[in-house]
Design a protein around this ligand. Structure first.
Ligand SMILES: Cc1cc2nc3c(=O)[nH]c(=O)nc-3n(C[C@H](O)[C@H](O)[C@H](O)COP(=O)(O)OP(=O)(O)OC[C@H]3O[C@@H](n4cnc5c(N)ncnc54)[C@H](O)[C@@H]3O)c2cc1C
Length: 319
């Protein structure tokens, strides 16, 4: 059996929340490890340009911002284990033991910053054509559809931002939205108003995705079911919400019915010594700026918890 490596602070996830927590933890003198199953950056890697993160008046690419976050955390000796494998988190007496692939790390405090993943639409054919026409990331896959017709499903900020991005690569972009108006911000709606190869199909849902080996056709139905139509498209990009990356957590960690972690304002979870930061927790605004705020808050609270615990004086434990 692998002997666990002892550290002061374990952080799960190297998105903006996890890398910020790593920076703060390491700068506070804690031996800090961030475990990430993929490449560091989280959802920042799924978007082209970010225009609303302060300090970058002309915008910055998600990839560039991710590199800067990583560089800054590592500069202060935060250890970032990339492509670390899938994670399990167990608690044994007063320690958290995290296994990621063949690595085992243990600490008295841990921060869950595992973010969220795109929600599946649930339409027929979605699984079959995932990676064969259907994608959840325009920045990752948009180039495959250069000069072709594609659809974007959704009506929020991400859907419109990515439709505007695809309009620069594709012949035509159809936005399929189940309502008669967008819930996206005015700023994002403005992005597509200027695109003459983007059109909106209102009040419609996807019934099924069709084709032989690759996606060729999207069968649409009006929301009241009265009309059906076929939309010829080679690609479909789906932006219909997110699900939290919390399936690896035990039932001891309180979540809402959809799996988002519940915290107090100090970002403590229901398990003493375990904290949560960023999109993985139940909160209203999910942005890079709020994830960064969470990362710093969680690391500061966690560090105070550890110091008090080591002095045997954490308020929660005082009679
Ligand atoms: C298409 C798109 C466009 C966006 N545009 C903007 C924008 O313009 N401006 C803005 O402010 N925000 C934008 N956002 C939102 C922003 O990217 C997120 O709010 C932010 O990245 C959340 O940070 P996070 O660290 O909480 O989570 P995430 O970024 O989701 O990072 C979580 C990390 O945890 C890792 N992970 C998952 N499971 C585990 C596990 N079991 N163990 C360890 N690690 C795990 C993931 O691989 C990931 O790297 C956009 C999001 C999307 C999808």
């Amino acid at each position: 059996m692998t002997v666990p490596k002892n550290v002061d602070l374990i952080i799960l996830g190297a998105g903006p929340a996890g890398l910020t927590a790593g920076l703060y933890g390491a700068r506070a003198g804690l031996k800090t490890v961030v475990l990430e199953p993929k490449s560091p950056g989280g959802q920042m890697l799924l978007t082209d340009d970010i225009y609303n993160y302060p300090g970058h008046p002309d915008g910055i690419t998600g990839q560039h911002l991710a590199n800067l976050f990583l560089e800054q955390a590592q500069k202060y000796n935060c250890e970032v284990l990339k492509r670390a494998g899938s994670t399990t988190l167990q608690q044994e007496s007063d320690r958290f033991i995290v296994t990621a692939g063949d690595r085992v790390v243990q600490s008295e405090i841990a921060i869950v910053a595992t973010g969220c993943s795109p929600k599946r639409l649930g339409a027929r054919g979605e699984k079959k054509f995932s990676g064969a026409g259907i994608s959840y990331c325009a920045v990752c896959d948009g180039n495959f559809f250069e000069g072709l017709d594609v659809a974007v499903v959704g009506g929020g900020d991400s859907a419109l931002e990515e439709a505007a991005y695809l309009s620069r690569l594709c012949n035509h972009v159809y936005i399929i939205h189940r309502r008669d108006r967008f819930r996206a911000s005015d700023a994002c709606q403005c992005l597509i108003r200027g695109c003459n190869n983007v059109s909106v199909i209102w009040d419609s849902v996807v019934e099924k995705f069709e084709g032989d080996d690759l996606l060729e056709n999207i069968r649409l139905a009006s929301v009241n079911g009265s009309e059906k139509r076929d939309l010829k498209a080679n690609g479909a990009f789906i932006y219909v919400g997110q699900i939290p990356n919390t399936s690896f957590l035990s039932d001891a960690v309180a979540t809402d019915p959809d799996g988002w972690i519940l915290t107090n304002e100090r970002l403590e979870t229901s398990v003493p010594g375990l904290f949560a930061a960023g999109d993985v927790r139940k909160k209203e605004v999910k942005q890079v700026a709020t994830a960064v705020g969470d990362g710093s808050q969680a690391a500061i609270t966690a560090e105070k918890y550890l110091m008090m615990k080591r002095c045997n004086a954490y308020p929660g434990e005082v009679a």
